[in-house]
Design a protein around this ligand. Sequence first.
Ligand SMILES: N[C@@H](CCC(=O)N[C@@H](CS)C(=O)NCC(=O)O)C(=O)O
Length: 278
Amino acid sequence: MSSENEYTPPNVWKYDESEAGKWAKTNRPYSGPTHEKKLTRGNHPFQLYSLATPNGQKATIMFEELLELGITDAEYDAYTIDIGEGTQFSSGFVEINPNSKIPALIDTTTDPQVRVFESGSILQYLADKFDTLIPSDIKAKTECRNWLMWQMGAAPFLGGGFGHFYAYAPEKLEYPINRYAMETKRQLDLLNKHLVENKFIAGDEYSIADIAIWPWYGNLVLGKLYDAAEFLQVDDYPYVKRWAEMIAERPAVKRGIRVNNTWADDGLTERHSSADFD
Ligand SMILES: N[C@@H](CCC(=O)N[C@@H](CS)C(=O)NCC(=O)O)C(=O)O
């Protein structure tokens, strides 16, 4: 197959800043801080630095679910990290996540304090710490972790693959859109088949597996991600839709998706108490 867009890679790839497109401030071929800036800190046990993207929603939904369960030790301050402006490259943020990606968390109740990065690690840490939202029986717990790890491996094909080429890339290219639409639909079909027999992802109980998967695949079938519901024919996955709608109704989920949300009318740039939602 050849096209007028065909690209012959040179022997050595070169970094061209002008080619970086929509994410010019975020895409660089190296890691580490770009500027000195400390993180702001509040008084609650947990300090969260995030943004209401699907990966960020996992952390804020988890905190709101813990608080909904009456676990007041899970009180948190949430600060917005503006990834379009490159705030994830400040020295303070890089100290808690050398990978410069939201969400990142500090548990201030331990000595020394614990940094937690990677949304899956944050969910696992909080579930372990408060002994909830993960089954205790080893078989059920493993099934929950299976799906948690599945999400961490699968979602980059949806976000970095499909979402990038369908919604963000400067030109619409058929090959990558086809490739990642195919993989996204395969993943949706997998979830749909799984949810025929399971009320929640890990079985009968709501768990961190649902909290990890819903922000990506739930939002997608509810038409809230990449405006791609028609393109991907999400009505073909009725069990994913049933599950997504059920989870969207949870009070903690309704609150969680408002935190660090700088684009929704009811979004909260920072969250310090339950009263912020009033
Ligand atoms: N595997 C990571 C992915 C986190 C991630 O990709 N975060 C994005 C926003 S959704 C980010 O911070 N991007 C900023 C950048 O790439 O510089 C996780 O699940 O925490």
